[in-house]
Every structure is written in structure tokens, then in C-alpha cells.
Design a protein around this ligand. Structure first.
Ligand SMILES: [Zn+2]
Length: 271
């Protein structure tokens, strides 16, 4: 018995997978993406779930240490087809290690970016935005979603205070932005990860600020005093996505133990 009140119920990997997919339906993912089950046998009983952004060898090691036979990540382990599984690349080594140790991997990527309550809603919650709604809408097979969200700060803020708020709330050492706005920031548009394709949509929605994880150099030009661009780092912008996974699994499969990874998988260091 795992608990004193409830009889132990074994939960299969496929049940956790289905809970995640119910929240962030796979049809919402972008056409180039590979979200969903990456590897593993879904009839197996879950021993524990490790939640992370990226699947690396260090993450598989942590899953082993913590007795978790399921890893749920944001970024897919498998993107392009593998034509070889050896020790040649870090993806191949990670696949080998997971396979040898019967660890299944599930990734909830752009389906979670585009879902209600997904990555961008989590960022909005962290900033304390009100009246949050989608922009750049998607509707796939009747499922509503969007590439970004927009909302309103509880009270307008000076641009420099807003930037400091982001740094604090996301633990960012170095935030990149364009010229500081000389008007207060009130409406804030968000696209976690690589979101520079949405800047013009954010402007059309009347956003004062646009928050994303990464942007190309040339994309910063031409928006001075139109919109405050705030680029906080890809990992940093999406780091709280694991809390969404934890809450979905906790709600739908409360018997299952979830662990938020301690391994920081951000490959970028700041000096
Ligand atoms: Zn990402």
C-alpha cells in the first residue's frame, strides 16, 4: 500500500500520456514538430516521473537515481530521424541509455506552447497578468489554441521597472531588450522559446511589451518606442513549464510520484 487511505492503484505510462495529451492535444503542435511519445513501452507501470525541459544523458541518470521510469520533457528528444543508434551524438547516447534502462520518454512541445493553460499562460501567471487571452489564434479540428498570449499588468509600469520585474521573476542574469519605452507598459504579449515570428502580431494587438526567449539580431531593428522587446533566454522563459506537467499529472493520476529535475539543462552559460 502506498497510502493509508486509498488502495494502491497502479498507473500505466499510457494513462499519464493520455492525461498530458488531453490537456495539450497533439493536433495543436506545429507541422514540423515531433511531440508525443518519443520512446518506451506505454503498458508498463509508472514508477515515477521526472519532469524537465530537455532530455540529456544527465537527465536519464537523474531519472535512474530517483527511480523514475518515465521522463516528461518540453523539447522532444527525437526531432530528426535517427539513422544510427550508437555513441556518436548526444541524442544517440541518450536514447541508448534510456533504452538500456527501460525508461520511456514523452515530450509535450508546441502542443503545450499552443494550448490553453500551456507555456505562455504559465509565463503570464508568473508576471501576474490579468485578462489573459490568446493571440495568433489556431483552431485545429475544433481545438482552440494560439501561438501567443496577451494580458494586462495589474497597474501600468515604467519600462525599466518592468524589465527588473522579469529579471527577478525568472532568475535572469542578463535580459536583452531594445531602447527603453518612454511610456508605461500595460499590455504584455508573450511567446516563450523562440518567438520572434510574433512581434508584428503583438504590435497589431496593441501590446506595449513583447516577451520571448530568443530573437535574431536583425529582428530587434525598427521597433524603437513602438514595443518593448524583452528577450530573457530560451531556457529561462520556459523553465516553469515543468510545473504545468506536475499539475496535470497530479490532478489526473494523483497516485503517481512526480519529481521536478534538479539538473539544469540550459546549455548556455553567462559570464
Ligand atoms: Zn523551447
Amino acid at each position: 500500500m502506498h497510502t493509508q487511505n486509498k488502495p494502491y492503484r497502479s498507473v500505466k505510462i499510457k494513462q499519464v500520456l493520455s492525461a498530458l495529451e488531453q490537456f495539450a492535444p497533439l493536433p495543436l503542435q506545429e507541422s514540423w514538430d515531433n511531440a508525443g511519445l518519443q520512446m518506451g513501452l506505454t503498458e508498463a507501470e509508472v514508477s515515477g516521473v521526472l519532469l524537465c525541459l530537455d532530455v540529456t544523458e544527465a537527465i536519464i541518470d537523474e531519472a535512474l537515481r530517483k527511480g523514475c521510469n518515465l521522463v516528461v520533457s518540453h523539447h522532444p528528444l527525437l526531432f530528426r530521424g535517427l539513422k544510427q543508434i550508437s555513441d556518436a551524438t548526444q541524442v544517440q547516447r541518450t536514447v541508448m541509455k534510456a533504452l538500456k534502462n527501460d525508461i520511456a520518454v514523452v515530450s509535450m512541445h508546441t502542443n503545450m506552447d499552443n494550448a490553453r493553460g500551456g507555456v505562455n499562460w504559465k509565463i503570464a501567471e508568473r508576471i501576474g497578468l490579468n485578462e489573459v487571452r490568446f493571440f495568433a489564434h489556431k483552431n485545429v479540428d475544433g481545438i482552440e489554441g494560439g501561438n501567443g498570449v496577451i494580458g494586462r499588468l495589474p497597474a501600468p509600469m515604467a519600462a525599466d521597472d518592468f524589465v527588473l520585474l522579469l529579471k527577478r521573476q525568472f532568475g535572469v542574469e542578463c535580459l536583452m531588450c531594445n531602447e527603453l519605452l518612454r511610456r508605461p507598459v500595460s499590455r504584455v504579449a508573450i511567446c516563450g522559446g523562440a518567438g520572434d515570428f510574433l512581434v508584428d502580431d503583438a504590435l497589431r494587438e496593441g501590446a506595449d511589451a513583447f516577451i520571448t526567449g530568443e530573437m535574431h539580431y536583425h529582428q530587434y531593428f525598427g521597433y524603437e518606442q513602438q514595443i518593448q522587446l524583452c528577450v530573457m533566454g530560451h531556457y529561462q522563459s520556459e523553465q516553469f513549464t515543468v510545473e504545468i506537467f506536475r499539475d496535470i499529472i497530479g490532478g489526473q493520476c494523483p497516485e503517481v510520484r512526480t519529481e521536478i529535475a534538479e539538473t539544469n539543462t540550459n546549455p548556455i552559460l553567462y559570464f
